[in-house]
Design a protein around this ligand. Structure first.
Ligand SMILES: Cc1cc2nc3c(=O)[nH]c(=O)nc-3n(C[C@H](O)[C@H](O)[C@H](O)COP(=O)(O)OP(=O)(O)OC[C@H]3O[C@@H](n4cnc5c(N)ncnc54)[C@H](O)[C@@H]3O)c2cc1C
Length: 447
């Protein structure tokens, strides 16, 4: 039986940065297992292609590196804000070495202060966010360089799935792989991302690691002419706004703004949802962003993931995929038809969405929340609440259960670390990568 110092499960940003750090710190033999294909064999359109393989969900991501510690995860719940800020700078430095562009977006302080005040007047909270934008097209270059750096230094097995974490006397001892091989190691770092969330939840249950469900975010992708969103995207690039809805007092937020971007489909194990991208090399005449409502369920139902899937499935049932509707049609209670869509002044960038009626899919509560936020946003970016605004459904964000972890990201099972989005503690590239550094340093520090 082969024996390693550490086994890392998952080659997403969390697992890759853990591997990079272990290698830099001169840890012993390290094995990295990834259930999906290697980078050169990855195809987005294959089943599971978006999320699984070298680079994980980061490979086809928009590559926005969020540099503000309050956004993109909850690591600030586990370590002091100053430490997290330093760690984020370090991770950002590595991304730059690997080829991330030098520019930082986020706006100058005066503009941000003004936007904060204007948002307040419109009944919203504006969260200033600094970010570096790699762009979907450049993510691959960075992942290729990471692959080159690790080749020959870390043992890499792709198309190799971890089936079970082996625990002996309360401590991690290795991993059983799908081919029935058992690989022994002193430490196990699980970085399974959202695609491995169900697997790690089952493993955690088996190993009695406490966890709590995370909320599900449900909403729509909004598309407008780029000029309409410009007051926000030119001031802040990624304007994160929070709105507490009038009728339900729900927390509603904007997410993932893509100036001059495209609306795209996402296939999550047969469930078709929508998302948005912007490319550094090609620009459309539109901008898009999501409006999301967070929901938590407690008792007797505590499965927000199933709830979100149910709603997305309903959109798939009616639209045979994604739906698109003009805001004006939604407001007056009628379906958008092909003919009506042709008359829409905003030209859809996602051509395959079916013109339809989102009110058949979204519960009243979500519809009301979204319509009220669009009204509020119109004060900041006039024209957003126009009848020619396009709404695509559904956009659903599932998050993993959040596990009980120490500040070193170790579970109550000794020498077993769970990191990245799969641990429910991160939601983006920078914090997922940072979590890899935290775990790697912790175990090397133990000698
Ligand atoms: C379309 C899209 C756009 C995004 N855009 C951005 C963005 O602009 N900015 C941003 O900050 N974030 C973005 N994100 C989120 C970001 O990609 C994730 O936060 C990040 O990739 C999480 O990293 P991770 O390593 O924790 O998990 P992942 O990247 O999900 O990687 C986990 C890996 O583990 C593997 N795995 C799972 N289970 C097993 C197992 N049992 N055995 C072996 N391997 C396993 C999976 O195949 C996967 O490759 C985007 C995500 C998507 C889907």
């Amino acid at each position: 039986m082969a024996s390693y110092e550490a086994i890392i499960i998952g080659a997403g940003p969390a697992g890759l940065f853990a591997a990079l750090s272990l290698e830099n710190l001169g840890a012993g033999r390290v094995l990295l297992v990834e259930q999906g294909p290697d980078l050169t064999e990855r195809r987005r359109e294959q089943p599971g292609g978006l999320l699984c393989g070298w680079g994980g969900a980061g490979a086809y991501s928009d590559g926005k590196l969020i540099l503000s510690p309050e956004v993109g995860g909850f690591l600030s719940d586990l370590l002091p804000l100053d430490d997290l800020t330093v760690l984020i700078q370090e991770v950002d430095g590595i991304y730059q070495e690997l080829g991330a562009p030098p520019e930082i977006h986020g706006g100058d302080l005066d503009t941000l202060e003004l936007l904060k005040t204007r948002a307040r007047h419109a009944g919203m909270i504006f969260i200033p966010t600094r970010l570096r934008h790699i762009g979907t097209d450049n993510c691959r270059t960075i992942l290729t360089r990471l692959r080159e750096r690790l080749t020959g230094r870390v043992e890499i097995r792709t198309r190799c799935r971890a089936r079970r974490i082996v625990v002996e006397e309360g401590a991690a001892a290795g991993v059983a792989l799908d081919n029935n091989e058992v690989v022994r190691a002193r430490y196990v770092i699980a970085a399974p991302g959202r695609s491995g969330a169900a697997w790690i939840r089952e493993e955690a249950r088996r190993l009695a690691i406490p966890s709590v469900p995370s909320p599900v975010d449900i909403g729509v992708r909004v598309e407008v002419p780029a000029a309409v969103l410009a007051p926000l995207t030119e001031a802040a690039y990624e304007a994160k706004l929070i709105y507490y809805s009038r009728t339900f007092d729900d927390k509603v937020r904007t997410f993932c703004m893509n100036p001059h971007g495209e609306v795209v489909l996402e296939d999550l194990d047969g469930l078709v949802t929508v998302n948005g991208h912007s490319y550094t090399s090609r620009k459309t005449e539109n901008s898009n962003f999501a409006i999301l409502v967070s929901s938590t369920f407690t008792h007797p139902f505590d499965d927000p993931i199933s709830y979100g899937q149910y709603i997305a499935r309903l959109a798939n049932l009616l639209g045979q995929g994604a739906l698109v509707q003009r805001l004006g049609d939604l407001q007056v209670g009628r379906r958008t038809t092909v003919a009506r869509l042709e008359r829409c002044l905003t030209r859809p960038t996602l051509k395959s969405a079916t013109p339809g009626d989102l009110s058949f899919v979204l519960p009243y509560r979500y519809l009301k929340d979204i319509l009220e936020m669009l009204e509020a946003l119109d004060a900041l970016a006039p024209g957003i609440n126009s009848r020619h605004t396009l709404l695509y459904g559904m956009e659903v964000k599932f998050y993993s259960h959040r596990f009980q972890l120490s500040p070193e990201l170790e579970t109550p099972v000794r020498n077993l670390f769970i990191i990245g989005d799969g641990a429910g503690i991160t939601r983006g590239l920078i914090q997922a990568s940072a979590s890899g550094l935290i775990a790697a340093r912790a175990l090397v520090g133990r000698g």
